[in-house]
Structure formats: structure tokens, C-alpha cells
Design a protein around this ligand. Structure first.
Ligand SMILES: O=C(CO)[C@@H](O)[C@H](O)COP(=O)(O)O
Length: 227
């Protein structure tokens, strides 16, 4: 089955020019969310940005911020992103023993809570707690770097989640992240993704806004195939 809401595109600023973030964000006006990759050089082998940059971004854009925390100890660090005004605060299932407590704190601080799973992490282990979340972010590359190749095997997780949502057993938005581009987005849409994160496929082009539009159109086509 296909998702019923229009496909959402969330450009990942990991592939943007960090020296010109304000104009890079403006260049994707019309995107549904802006995906903000927070990496701590511990949970993943890369270091990007943190709360001060998110606070600055919130001052220059109306696009809802989709903060993806690839960090250790999200129970300590996640709620301030919600307090700052992030729309979604997503953390990794692998980074905490108590994901429900972290989700409750994020929601209490005013944001939507997201749970992310690495490609090798089964979603079955978390189905029973997904009612505590608003989004589930299925990683289709190993988290840490942009520009990697899409791992199609993760679409089994998307199909399982889509099925649960379509049968009313779950109310959650299904998001995918990693290797999403013109060649891969249709198969992800066909599997049932609601929201598509794309970094290099947006910021690696001469016209990021056009790239977003094109990705949205291709996601629509993938949906049509699934119907
Ligand atoms: O979180 C991550 C990587 O850890 C992603 O957001 C990537 O940054 C997406 O980049 P592309 O694969 O689309 O280039």
C-alpha cells in the first residue's frame, strides 16, 4: 500500500555549505522539513554541529527543523533541541536503554519525538513502543556521512511499518535517510515512505529548489506504482 499524505522532502544540511548556511537554507524554500544532522564523533565517526547552530537556523527559516541526533546519551542532550523550537527531535534506538523516557521528555519539551534505527537494527524490537513516537527514521546508509549508496534491504522495515500504519495499528510518520536520489526515491516511495531525507541529491545540484521539486515528483510516481 502507499502512504496517503503527499510525499515530504527534507533536504539534509550535511551536504550544504556550512560557511553559508543561511543562504543554503533559503535555497530550499518550499521543502517540507529541513533535516539537521547532529553528530558527536562518538556515536558516529563524524562531528558536525549542535544546539547553537540549531538556534541560529531557527532565526533564519520558517521551514520546520527535523533534528536527527546521531549522538550518545540522547536523554541528556535531546530535550534542549525541543525547547529551542525544533519541530522533530529524532534520536537513535541504539544510543539509549530507555527510548520511551527520552521520547516523553522531547514531547514534554514541545517537539515531536522520532526514533531512528541503523540499517542493521531490526524494527521488530521497537514496534511495541512506537506509539510513544511521532516519526520513525529508517536509516538507509550507516549514519555518519553523506554521499553513501542506498541500502535497499532496509525497505523491508518500511513495508512492515507502512502495513501497520495502513491497518491502523500505528500512527507514525515513516521517514528514510541515506542515499535518496533520483534513482532510489521511487522504490522507497513504493515501499511506503512518507518523508524522504536527501542531502547530496539536493545540495549537490546547481538548483536545490528544483531538485526538491523533482524528487517530490518522482516520489509521487513511486506512490502511483504502489497503488
Ligand atoms: O544522516 C545522514 C548520514 O548520517 C544523512 O542525512 C545523510 O547526510 C544524507 O545524505 P545523502 O545520502 O542524501 O547524501
Amino acid at each position: 500500500m502507499a502512504a496517503v499524505t503527499p510525499p515530504m522532502i527534507a533536504p539534509s544540511i550535511l551536504s550544504a555549505d556550512f560557511a553559508n548556511l543561511s543562504s543554503e537554507v533559503a535555497s530550499v524554500a518550499g521543502s517540507d522539513w529541513l533535516h539537521v544532522d547532529v553528530m558527536d564523533a562518538h556515536f558516529v565517526p563524524n562531528l558536525t554541529l549542535g544546539l547553537p547552530v540549531v538556534q541560529s537556523l531557527l532565526r533564519v527559516t520558517d521551514i520546520p527543523l527535523d533534528c536527527h541526533l546521531m549522538i550518545e546519551d540522547p536523554g541528556r542532550w535531546a530535550p534542549p533541541y525541543a525547547e529551542a523550537g525544533a519541530h522533530n527531535v529524532t534520536f537513535h534506538a541504539e544510543a539509549t536503554d530507555d527510548p520511551v523516557a527520552v521520547a516523553k521528555d522531547i514531547r514534554a519539551a514541545g517537539a515531536r519525538a522520532g526514533l531512528s534505527v541503523k540499517p542493521g537494527t531490526p524494527i521488530d524490537d521497537y514496534l511495541a513502543i512506537l506509539d510513544q513516537f511521532d516519526t520513525v527514521l529508517v536509516m538507509s546508509v550507516e549514519p555518519g556521512f553523506g554521499g553513501q549508496s542506498f541500502i535497499p534491504g532496509v525497505l523491508d522495515k518500511v513495508r512492515l511499518l507502512r502495513d501497520r500504519v495502513d491497518h491502523g495499528e500505528l500512527r507514525i510518520l515513516v521517514e528514510i535517510d541515506g542515499g535518496i536520489n533520483d534513482d532510489t526515491i521511487e522504490q522507497a516511495a513504493e515501499a511506503g515512505v512518507d518523508c524522504f531525507v536527501a542531502g547530496s541529491a539536493v545540495y549537490g545540484t546547481a538548483d536545490p529548489a528544483l531538485a526538491v521539486q523533482k524528487l517530490r515528483g518522482l516520489a509521487e510516481s513511486g506512490r502511483d506504482e504502489a497503488r
